[in-house]
Structures are given as C-alpha cells and as structure tokens.
Design a protein around this ligand. Structure first.
Ligand code: SF4
Ligand code: SF4
Length: 381
C-alpha cells in the first residue's frame, strides 16, 4: 500500500466519511442516489478492512462517520464497525431505513456508543410511503424503530426525500417529526443522480408545488423554533444557484463504496473517465491527497467560464460535476442548474415539461437490474 505523500500537507483535512457499508437494502426507492450498477454482497469489504479505513480516517482528521448504504444494518458486523468508530472518537451517524434487522440491532448499537440516527421516511400515509419504497408493511416497522431510538435517548433526524409523489405531505412530515420526537427534519427535494435520474419524469414536481413546500417549511421553522430544526434542500432544476456539491469537490467529504472504491461524492462514478482508487491498494490519506478522481475538480483551476470569473466560485465550487456531465455532456462545465449557465433555461424548461406530463411508473432500485444508463441524447448541449 502506498504511503501518504507530502502533497497532503497543502490540502484541507476531510471532515466527514460516508461509509457505504453495503448496497443491500430491503427498500427499492426510485430516487435512491446509489449507482445503477449496485455492488453485490460478495464484493463488499470485510470487517478488518473497514476498521482499518476508519482508523485511517480518524488519523486524517475526519470527525463524523455516516454509516450508510443501502441499509447498513444488513451487515452482520455493523455493531463491531460502530464500536470501532466509538473507540476512535469518531461521531457515528447511522443512516437507516429502519426496516429489516435495524430494530433488532439498535440496542446493541446504542450499547457500543452509536451517537445519532437518521431515519428515512418515504411518506406519511403508510400506503403512499410503501408504494414509494416498494416494500409492504415498512411503515409500522419504521414507526416502531423511531420510538425505540427516542426511548434510548439517541438524537433522531428524519430524512424525507421530496418529489411529486409525496410533495403534498410536507406538512405531514413536519407533524410526524414532532410526534416522533425527532430533533431535526430534512425536507430534501430529490437530487437527480443515480436512480433518481432514471426516474426524473416520475419524480419532478412543478414550480408551484415546490414554492408551496418552501412556504410550509418557512412557516414551520418559525412555529417550531427551539423544538425542531428543519433543513431544506431545494430542487436544483428550479434553483437560482447550485449547491456546493459535497461541500466542494475533494474538500470535506470522502465516500467509500461497499467494494472499497473511494469517491469525492456519492454519484462520482457516473463520471466514467475518472480514475477511482481503492482502499485495498492505497491508504485513505494517499487517496485524499493524490487520487486522480480527487484532484480532477478540487479547487478552481479546472473551471470554465462563467464559473472561472464568478465571485461565487469558492461558495458553490461550480455546483455538481455529475449533473454537469449528465446535462451538459461535460463534467467541467458550469452546473446547468445555475442560472448563469447557458443551458439553464433548457434545464428549467425540461423540468416544467416533465412535471406537466402524466408521471410514468417508477423504475425501482434493484441489485442486478439491467437498467440502461441515461441516454447521451438526454444531454442538452
Ligand atoms: S434511498 Fe431507499 S433504496 Fe436507497 S438506500 Fe435509502 S432506503 Fe434503501
Ligand atoms: S457560474 Fe459557477 S461559480 Fe458562479 S454561481 Fe454559477 S455555478 Fe456557481
């Protein structure tokens, strides 16, 4: 394995590690941000390798570990991995669907020092939630799981991914978060990567629905000050400026996939010309400092106009590289979600058009499904 090189000294330390422990999941959400080509169980890293990765992450300065997937509790060693985080002083956040084996492992996770739980909720109405998640009887399991989290005294965040199938339930998500004793609610409009990109026409809300959801959140923030924090992620296609993807490429986040590829963001594998290094061949420090996938879009030198001379270039770092590739056909282009992009008007028109059409059926997330990658001709350039 290569040693960390001197180049690392000039690069800021990563803050968070997104540990995608497995792609296995009992749910099949059509907006899932996992790649279309999901890793099978036989390719997953073993316990010792994850423990070594966590140790290297702590050494690099990482503070938070998001134990994610897929469904992380599908792994038999989730308790050991969580215990390793605690021993290393890493703040552990379990990102879970709350179904399958999640409830049966929760007490043990708490006992070894789990710090926080983020529970996904697909809908408020059980039938609607289960249609979106593609799993019957999931909602009661989630409610039981949430009750146990708060009974243990663990801080609970609810994560609701918003789209045209549940945008009428935003008020309901807020009420549900209060009822379950959550400290935080994420009202996260769908980001169109991975399975969400394939399902974009089925998921895209219209502008009036988006505006209404923002008004509901703003009113609830006032009403619930001191009781519930509500994070709002607005949909890129209707935004004025893009978000800083992962806090800026190669600046804050390291994402390790189930098989051990290391990515600057969870969707980065869609940029197929990038070279991703693997934790079994390089140390995490070497990857963070030197892997071609991390250096490709770190900083601002790679930027084209209008980003290159824009005074927001160190705020949003040009937006999302994966979205730039998907929509503009060039990963180094300005994210077309930005109103300053020459393609922005076309992107907005596309969203308006798709939201006005009858939604097609969901293409559910499935391991081994032969889903064609989004067509090149979808690019707007
Ligand atoms: S988005 Fe849905 S399918 Fe994807 S990992 Fe989360 S719960 Fe599972
Ligand atoms: S032009 Fe580039 S840097 Fe400026 S706001 Fe748009 S995406 Fe951000």
């Amino acid at each position: 394995m290569n040693a960390l090189t001197p180049n690392a000294a000039a690069i800021p330390a990563p803050v968070g590690l997104l540990a995608e422990l497995t792609h296995r999941c009992p749910l099949r959400c059509p907006y899932c941000s996992n790649p279309l080509d999901l890793d099978r169980r036989s390719r997953e890293l073993d316990t010792a390798t994850w423990q070594r990765v966590l140790t290297e992450a702590a050494g690099l300065g990482v503070l938070h570990v998001h134990l994610s997937g897929g469904e992380p509790t599908a792994r038999n060693d989730i308790v050991e991995i969580t215990e390793t985080c605690a021993k290393l002083g890493l703040y552990s956040n379990l990102i879970t669907s709350g179904v399958g084996g999640a409830l049966s492992k929760l007490q043990a996770l708490y006992d070894v020092g789990l710090d926080h739980v983020q529970l996904s909720v697909q809908g408020v109405d059980a039938a609607n939630a289960e249609k979106i998640g593609g799993l019957k009887n999931a909602q009661p399991q989630k409610m039981e799981f949430a009750a146990k989290v708060t009974e243990l005294g663990l801080p609970l965040t609810l994560n609701s991914v918003i789209h045209r199938g549940n945008i009428h339930e935003v008020e309901g998500f807020i009420d549900l978060a209060v009822k379950l004793g959550a400290k935080r609610l994420e009202v996260a409009h769908t980001q169109y990567y991975g399975w969400a990109y394939v399902n974009r026409a089925a998921l895209m809300p219209n502008k009036a629905q988006v505006d209404q959801s923002i008004r509901i959140v703003e009113a609830a923030r006032e009403r619930l000050k001191g009781q519930l924090v509500i994070d709002l992620v607005v949909p890129d296609y209707y935004a004025k400026y893009p978000k800083a993807c992962a806090g800026g490429w190669g600046r804050k986040l390291i994402n390790v996939t189930p098989q051990g590829k290391v990515l600057p963001c969870h969707a980065a594998e869609t940029i197929s010309h990038l070279e991703f290094w693997h934790v079994t061949e390089h140390s995490l420090g070497d990857i963070w400092a030197n892997a071609p996938a991390f250096t490709a879009y770190r900083g601002t030198d790679w930027m084209q106009e209008p980003c290159r001379s824009c005074d927001r270039r160190e705020k949003d770092w040009g937006g999302c590289r994966c979205q730039a590739l998907a929509l503009a056909g060039d990963a180094a282009a300005t994210d077309p979600a930005c109103s300053l992009s020459p393609l922005h008007a076309k992107v907005r028109a596309l969203a308006v058009e798709e939201a006005a059409e009858t939604p097609p059926d969901y293409t559910y997330r499935t391991i081994g499904a032969n889903i064609p990658a989004p067509r090149k001709e979808d690019a707007l350039s």
